[in-house]
Design a protein around this ligand. Structure first.
Ligand code: ZN
Ligand code: ZN
Length: 399
């Protein structure tokens, strides 16, 4: 099925754009913007697409899409996320962030450049393919709602239904490797905020209180048994209590306590069970402690499961093995999460999401996505990202 053998021209085409890619990547790295504030970023992307002779279309506040129509054939949707993070950069690179407290610490600037580069190469080599390529520059991946915001802004009525949706992510590792995993690839994620309403009292008179700190301690310990006693050993599930806030002094029992939890799952049935169990534990412990007021349980920062279509992943794997040779790897299941599937799910279209690795500037072992010292070496990262997106897209188009 693969027509990858004829993609060898991509290497030279991408190499010819390398100076351009290195320069525009540095612009994006200098100008990170937080989720849903990517105004400069989308304006800069638009200007670049227009310089290719393309006409970008705004989708929602800071989303953007563009279509390359090139005759009859399949339709491929390609996606890059574009937001930065509230992190203060310490990489020391000469093109470091110029925005106080904001950084492209997840490498989304490499994704922007990777997709712009693929669109540039595909647009200037229209003789090599037929069909339609849609480029999507998506805001606010980091908060889990950017893809849905584009769907809510009419994505599916603006762009035709694709046959496949493609996305990629950079991470630390050896230069130039690509990794794909069929099936569940990145976890579903849920953040949970729990507020316990008790009754404050003087620290000397605990009998006059409903102590939310003792209750919180009991809840935290009991929650540990959900994964160990209720989830089958064959399943992977994470429940982390990552934040606890209560009280202001040694002799004051506070009226409330607040917990924040993070859940990761690869199976919707397991997730539903974990959520039901945590609500049961929290409510039961409130009862056991004689609390009159119901706890508040709020869910936020929710991400879908990234579940690569089996056939689409196998086709991508074949294309990547043919093109990248022994720089193809099987991807391990990642506990990270993505909102990318929301775009494909809006159309009911299969998708494939893969990973690209590149060394970190300074070779710092602790530097990883989201850390203030994380910057992929652009000379390694950008050509691979552009090649991977170009090759995977060509795989679905007709020659
Ligand atoms: Zn991230
Ligand atoms: Zn990311």
């Amino acid at each position: 099925m693969s027509n990858t053998d004829s993609f060898s021209w991509v290497t030279d085409a991408v190499a010819a754009e390398n100076d351009w890619a290195q320069a525009i990547y540095r612009e994006f790295h200098r100008h990170p913007e937080l989720s849903f504030q990517e105004v400069w970023t989308t304006e800069r992307i638009s200007r670049e697409l227009e310089s290719f002779g393309l006409t970008p279309t705004p989708v929602g506040h800071t989303g953007l899409g563009v279509v390359i129509s090139n005759g009859e054939g399949p339709t491929v949707m390609t996606r890059a996320d574009i937001d930065g993070l509230p992190v203060t950069e310490i990489t020391g690179v000469e093109y470091a962030s110029e925005q106080d407290g904001v950084m492209h610490a997840c490498g989304h600037d490499t994704h922007i450049t990777g997709l712009l580069g693929a669109l540039k190469v595909l647009n200037s080599h229209r003789d090599a393919w037929h069909g339609t390529v849609i480029g999507i520059f998506q805001p606010a991946e980091e908060v889990g709602t950017g893809a849905q915001s584009m769907v809510d802004a009419g994505l599916t009525s603006i762009f035709p239904k694709p046959d496949i949706v493609l996305g990629q992510h950079i991470g630390p590792g050896p230069a130039g490797y690509v990794a794909v995993r069929p099936g569940p690839t990145m976890s579903q994620a849920d953040s949970v905020k729990v507020t316990l309403h008790g009754k404050g009292a003087h620290g000397s008179s605990p009998h006059q209180s409903k102590d939310p700190i003792v209750l919180a301690a009991a809840i935290i310990m009991r929650l540990q048994t959900i994964i160990s006693r209720e989830v089958p050993p064959s399943e992977t599930s994470v429940l982390t209590v990552a934040s606890i806030h209560a009280g202001s002094g040694s002799n004051i029992i506070p009226p409330t306590a607040e917990l924040q939890l993070n859940l990761r799952n690869y199976n919707s049935d397991v997730r539903d069970h974990v959520i039901a169990a945590l609500e049961r534990v929290i409510r039961s412990e409130c009862d056991a402690s004689g609390f009159d007021e119901e706890p508040e349980i709020e869910y936020f920062n929710q991400f879908p499961l990234t579940d690569n279509d089996q056939a689409a992943a196998q086709r991508t794997i074949t294309a990547f093995k043919n093109y990248f040779g022994d720089k193809f790897m099987d991807a391990p299941q990642s506990p990270a999460s993505e909102d990318f599937p929301d775009l494909a799910d809006a159309y009911g279209t299969p998708y494939c999401y893969w990973f690209v690795s590149a060394p970190v500037v300074g070779n710092i072992p602790s530097a990883m996505n989201h850390s203030p010292n994380y910057a992929p070496v652009p000379e390694d990262a950008l050509p691979t990202l552009i090649e991977a997106m170009t090759v995977a897209t060509l795989e679905w188009l007709t020659a």
